[in-house]
Design a protein. Structure first.
Length: 104
């Protein structure tokens, strides 16, 4: 939803390109976010003060999650970490099964 304008203006390295391509695809979760935002924000129209405060707080939380965290902080952290962003601890790597999509 908000990743496309960001993707067009920023030069991406190969490490972050995979993450950006995966998140740029519209998934049911990203399409549902405006609907959830609208439903939660509609609580602010209630005459009850508790529902107004709850609606405002949840709407702000959804907006912050969608814009600031997912569009700014996560891509910046991935860029800064580079290859280390995809590092897996050795004990965990031993526990997980080896999956090979292509045999070389």
């Amino acid at each position: 939803m908000l990743i496309r304008p960001w993707k067009e203006t920023v030069t991406l390295t190969e490490e972050t390109m995979t993450l950006t391509e995966e998140t740029a695809q519209e998934s049911p979760h990203s399409r549902g976010r405006p609907g959830v935002f609208a439903r939660v924000a509609s609580f602010m129209l209630s005459p009850e003060r508790l529902l107004q405060q709850t609606g405002f707080g949840m709407a702000v939380a959804i907006f912050v999650d969608a814009v600031i965290i997912r569009c700014l902080i996560v891509p910046a952290a991935m860029q800064l970490m580079g290859r280390r962003a995809w590092w897996m601890p050795e004990p965990l790597a031993r526990l997980l099964p080896k999956v090979e999509l292509e045999k070389h």
